[in-house]
Design a binder for this molecule. Structure first.
Ligand SMILES: [Ca+2]
Length: 305
């Protein structure tokens, strides 16, 4: 089993990724760390606890960054995509449990030091927590097992802007810190996640249980958003779940090993630019076996039945 720290900013695709991860026997989730991003950090933490409760798992949650390294949070966060509550406006209960007292950054540092070369970090929100952790404890970069990041749009257009993907656009300085460190990174960006669409009828099949209704209603909101910005798209992007999929089975994707620069100003702010000459290279996923991944994801989702 891979020991995993799962860093989330729980909106709708994070929620699906959490359900997928905790129902995958290949992964042992040591803890979930949260940050602002799709919503405020308090809401992301609450949502993470609520999703765990819905899928019947008790895993510790650690609250993290409330804002980017050097900037303000984005106006309105990403509530147009994920709903006011971050979960498609379906959250109708307060979770029973609370976050732990240790901070996300300290949890990351302490776990990685305790288990050198064993911990996989899956990061599917802005990269603020990870950047803060390696700034506070630079030795982490040689102690982490590996890092799978949902973020970036290296060879394709962005989604937050025509150039930038949302997680990177939210804190480009943090992304720059992380990509220029010597962390062993696999980048699961829009290059591949926009090829893994979840059709609406698959989600309707989840109905019939309390948790199934919760997920189906939540993802329905996400489908409506996708349909509104690209009519006829026929599904929603499985961004964060694909990062979990790649951590479970790297053969879902094909990467290219290349440097990635992050633009931190101007019209292309937040853009991830391929840099073949870059000294610090990372695995950028460029191809995905979308149907095999989708089957795998859907088979693991009956956790909610
Ligand atoms: Ca996310």
């Amino acid at each position: 089993m891979k020991k995993v720290i799962f860093d989330v900013d729980t909106g709708i695709d994070d929620a699906m990724a959490i359900a997928y991860a905790v129902n995958s026997p290949e992964l042992e989730i040591l803890g979930l760390t949260t940050s602002y991003g799709n919503v405020e950090v308090e809401a992301a933490t609450r949502n993470t606890l609520a999703v765990l409760e819905k899928v019947g798992k008790r895993i510790p949650v650690f609250a993290g960054a409330e804002k980017p390294l050097k900037r303000k949070t984005r106006e309105g966060y990403a509530k147009n995509v994920h709903g006011e509550d971050g979960l498609g406006n379906v959250l109708d209960f307060q979770p029973q449990y609370s976050a732990e007292s240790e901070t996300a950054v300290d949890f990351i540092i302490n776990q990685v030091k305790k288990r050198p070369h064993e911990v996989t970090i899956i990061a599917v929100g802005p990269l603020t927590n990870l950047a803060l952790a390696i700034q506070k404890a630079p030795e982490l970069v040689r102690l982490v097992g590996d890092v799978v990041i949902m973020g970036g749009a290296v060879f394709v257009p962005g989604n937050a802007t025509p150039h930038a993907e949302a997680n990177i656009f939210t804190d480009p300085e943090a992304a720059k810190v992380v990509f220029s460190s010597s962390l062993p990174i696999t980048l699961v960006g829009l290059d591949v996640t926009m090829q893994t669409l979840l059709p609406r009828d698959k989600v309707e099949a989840w109905r019939g249980s309390e948790a199934g209704e919760f997920f189906a209603n939540m993802v329905g909101f996400y489908h409506d958003f996708y349909e509104s910005f690209r009519p006829g798209i026929g599904g929603c992007g499985l961004h964060d779940p694909l990062a979990v999929g790649v951590a479970i089975d790297p053969s879902f994707v094909k990467p290219t090993y290349i440097g990635v620069n992050v633009i931190t100003e101007g019209e292309e702010d937040g853009r991830t630019v391929p840099n073949p000459e870059g000294e610090q290279k990372i695995q950028v996923c460029t191809e995905v076996d979308a149907s095999r991944f989708l089957d795998h994801f859907l088979k693991r989702m009956p956790v909610i039945k």
